[in-house]
Write a protein that binds this ligand. Structure first.
Ligand code: CA
Length: 381
């Protein structure tokens, strides 16, 4: 390790937590328990200054590789880190992450205009948020995120660089890319284009997975195979970070070297259960409300039926019932009161027709009044 090596003490999680609301602090504490982290940034063997910056503020991890030379590159990367620190991100929300990238970009452009650093300064940015089993990444430039799943290492971000474009067109190989004379030319950075957008990636992670973020001073010096071997050989994240930086330095250390290794120790099944519980509870509430509606409706119908009355033709005579004719929800809601001496056949055709189905009355009194009217019809000659 050289004298310029540091372990990111300037951006400790405790520092950012003190500015965050209590819930953010507890989310950060949960995130910190679920992961263990190692990191290191090193000037390398060729450069005089370290323009890389990093942030460890669980569940947020950021690597920024500044450019523009001394008193510019590190200013740009530090501005980006400061904006992310202030954003106090506690959730894997793509819009929040995108917003922090856009704010960083604007802060660097404004900073240069106001005399901070130098005109033309810029930075790459690779930011990761790990919330339970979700990994969200924002990418601008050629810093990288790798994920080690079991024994397999994947590069999960795509570089915004000239060689990445040549690679994707099949014009050069991976090994040629690592030594290409224009390998440091990047096609997207923060600090120049006010309309820059990050690439966003979202994926599932599992217990035991390991995330590595690094600047090109690491990935440019070490092959993916070497990175994979060093991660597998060093299960402890700080030892892994040290081994990776040492190896990149021994391989030449042509550029500043920065790495963050995050071990995903615990994927909390409760977080998923919480969602499930909320869903089941939602379904339960739905059925409860439905049951109450049905019960309420049935209760209402029953109460109405108890008060209501109807007349019907039973064996040729007008017969009085309390309740409702026919069936309601498959139930008979009627109680026979008495059969009158009024023959149905003596009544007018409309009434005869009505008595076949039942003539509804609001109350027993109203039904008696109808019976009296029928009796009057009978008495007329
Ligand atoms: Ca670099």
């Amino acid at each position: 390790m050289t004298a310029a090596s540091s372990r990111a003490s300037a951006h400790s999680p405790a520092h950012s937590s003190t500015r965050s609301p209590a819930h953010a602090a507890s989310a950060a504490a949960r995130a910190a328990r679920a992961t263990s982290v190692g990191s290191r940034t090193d000037v390398g063997r060729v450069r005089e200054h370290n323009e890389d910056s990093l942030l460890i503020a669980p569940p947020l991890y950021v690597v920024a590789d500044g450019m523009g030379g001394h008193a510019a590159g590190e200013v740009a990367s530090e501005i980006a880190i400061r904006i992310f620190e202030e954003a106090a991100i506690t959730e894997a929300d793509p819009e929040t992450l995108r917003r922090a990238v856009l704010d960083s970009n604007r802060a660097i452009i404004d900073g240069a205009r106001e005399g901070l650093g130098k005109q033309g300064m810029g930075t790459t940015l690779t930011a990761a948020v790990i919330e339970n089993d979700r990994l969200l990444l924002a990418q601008v430039g050629d810093s990288r995120a790798y994920l080690l799943e079991g024994q397999r290492l994947h590069q999960v971000t795509r570089d915004h660089s000239l060689v990445a474009e040549l690679l994707s067109r099949g014009q050069i190989t991976q090994e040629e890319a690592r030594v290409h004379p224009n390998r440091s030319v990047i096609t997207r950075a923060l600090g120049s284009d006010p309309h820059v957008q990050p690439d966003l990636y979202e994926m599932r992670v599992h217990e035991g997975d390991r995330l590595m973020l690094c600047s090109d001073g690491l990935s440019g010096m070490l092959s993916a195979t070497t990175i994979q071997q060093l991660l597998l050989k060093n299960p402890d994240p700080q030892q892994a970070a040290d081994a990776l930086v040492d190896a990149a330095s021994e391989a030449g250390g042509h550029d500043n070297i920065t790495v963050i290794v995050v071990n995903i120790n615990k994927v909390n099944p409760l977080a998923n259960a919480r969602h499930k519980r909320r869903f089941i509870w939602g379904v339960a509430v739905f059925f409860l409300v439905l049951a109450l509606l049905v019960a309420g409706t049935a209760g209402g119908i029953y109460a109405y039926a108890r008060n209501a009355a109807f007349l019907i033709n039973e064996n040729g005579y007008v017969t009085l019932y309390r309740g409702l004719p026919g069936e309601v929800l498959g139930l008979e809601l009627k109680w026979r009161v008495e059969q009158t001496a009024v023959p149905v056949s003596s009544l007018n055709p409309t009434t005869i027709d009505g008595l076949e189905r039942g003539i509804q009355a609001e109350s027993l009194n109203e039904a008696w009044e109808l019976i009296e009217q029928y009796e009057e019809q009978l008495e007329r000659p």
